[in-house]
Design a protein around this ligand. Structure first.
Ligand SMILES: *Cc1c(COP(=O)(O)O)cnc(C)c1O
Length: 388
């Protein structure tokens, strides 16, 4: 008999009932160290007191009014995002998938309005993940996401990740946009080298193609810069963010330049919940905290500490681990065995990690994790690897 919850997830037999900082309490009382943070979502840890206070205040004041009206909390968050980035404008969503939908619509509408209705192709990359909507799975092409859901939305071209020559060949007069994660998350913490992102940016300008960055996983201070593309010193035309921006409250946003957003006039797009007062109040607090240069410096310092300890771990377990990669606190451990086996062994040590593609174990801890908890996590991972 089918479970009352649609069985689309292979769930670990763990039920967490309470969280605090980087720790989660299981129903039976065990304490787990959380190096997954709900897949890069709990930016500031579980039940963060500052975020909880903002959420409670907003809950006592106003929950929802609809985008038929001006929403001061939404305006403040939009201003903060615009002040902190390349963007001139933002649209708020409840998830990452919805940002993919709007980014694709925005890119196509842009060229349509410029008198180029033929420019509809979106170039995406093997191993990418942009969400589960029909457009987002068409962008991904991976069989496990697309099989049986056809016909897939047309207009997507798929290239090897980071293959600039293939990209140069594939761009044609029908190309509307390149859609890429600066660091692939689900694909296995695969970072695009900074030079390649720079070249891609130049190519987009030269060929009249929009650059759309999916920073749903790598954005919002995760890599030690506010947004991952800052490492390459470039700016996109459109950027998708979600996961970390809400710190656990469902929130996403599409950020764009004035030019890229120029087609999105009244009634071309909308959302009932997107940008509601609860989400935006929390999102503003997250942004205020993580955009502080001192906070970002701490992320980089903690990342160096974690990396150094992981290098030691790899040296101790050369049969289990191969290398460490990623940027900031978006860390991948390339494994020599199936990463899910390491994840399961880590559960037995009361440690949460997340598997990813390309045989990689992901670590995406809260960005304010303590040095002690970083050391504890590596100690537990060491015990997990020894048990294999
Ligand atoms: C998680 C993720 C998405 C989808 O976000 P949802 O909130 O699950 O819809 C899109 N892109 C990237 C890079 C992601 O990591």
């Amino acid at each position: 008999m089918i479970s009352s919850v649609l069985p689309t997830y292979n769930r670990a037999p763990l039920s967490f009932v309470k969280g605090s900082g980087s720790w989660l309490i299981e129903a039976d009382g065990r304490r787990f160290l959380d190096m997954g943070a709900g897949i890069a979502v709990n930016t500031l840890g579980h039940a963060n007191p500052e975020l909880a206070e903002v959420l409670k205040d907003q809950a006592d004041t106003l929950w929802h009014v609809s985008n038929l009206y001006k929403i001061p909390a939404q305006q403040k968050l939009a201003d903060k995002l615009v002040d902190s980035t390349f963007a001139d404008t933002c649209f708020f969503t409840n998830s990452g998938t919805e940002t993919a939908e709007l980014a694709i619509k925005m890119a196509r509408k842009y060229w349509f309005d410029k008198g180029h209705p033929e420019k509809i192709e979106i170039i995406s990359f093997h191993g990418c993940f942009h969400g589960r909507s029909t457009a987002a799975i068409a962008a991904s092409e991976a069989e496990k996401m697309t099989k049986g859901f056809g016909p897939l939305m047309p207009g997507f071209v798929h290239l090897p990740f980071g293959d600039l020559d293939a990209l140069k060949t594939a761009i044609n007069p029908n190309t509307a946009a390149i859609l890429i994660e600066p660091i692939q998350g689900e694909g296995g913490i695969r970072a695009l080298p900074d030079d390649m992102l720079k070249d891609m940016r130049a190519l987009c300008y030269a060929q009249n193609v929009l650059l759309v960055l999916d920073e749903v996983q790598c954005g919002v201070a995760r890599t030690g810069k506010l947004f991952a593309h800052e490492w390459a010193g470039i700016t996109p035309d459109i950027m998708m963010i979600a996961k970390g921006i809400g710190g656990g409250f469902p929130l996403g946003a599409v950020l764009a330049t004035e030019d890229a957003a120029s087609g999105m006039i009244v009634s071309t797009h909308g959302s009932t919940y997107g940008g509601n007062p609860l989400g935006c109040a929390v999102g503003l607090k997250v942004m205020e905290i993580v955009s502080d240069p001192a906070f970002l410096a701490e992320v980089n310092r903690k990342a160096a500490l974690l990396n150094q300890k992981l290098e030691g771990l790899i040296a101790s377990h050369p049969d289990v681990f191969e290398s460490v990669r990623g940027q900031g606190l978006m860390v991948g451990l390339k494994c020599k065995i199936a990463p899910i086996d390491v994840v399961n062994a880590a559960y037995a040590q009361n440690l949460l990690t997340v598997p990813a593609g390309d045989n990689v174990l992901r670590m995406l801890p809260p960005l304010n994790i303590s040095d002690e908890d970083i050391a504890e996590a590596v100690k537990r991972l060491d015990a997990a690897a020894s048990s294999l």
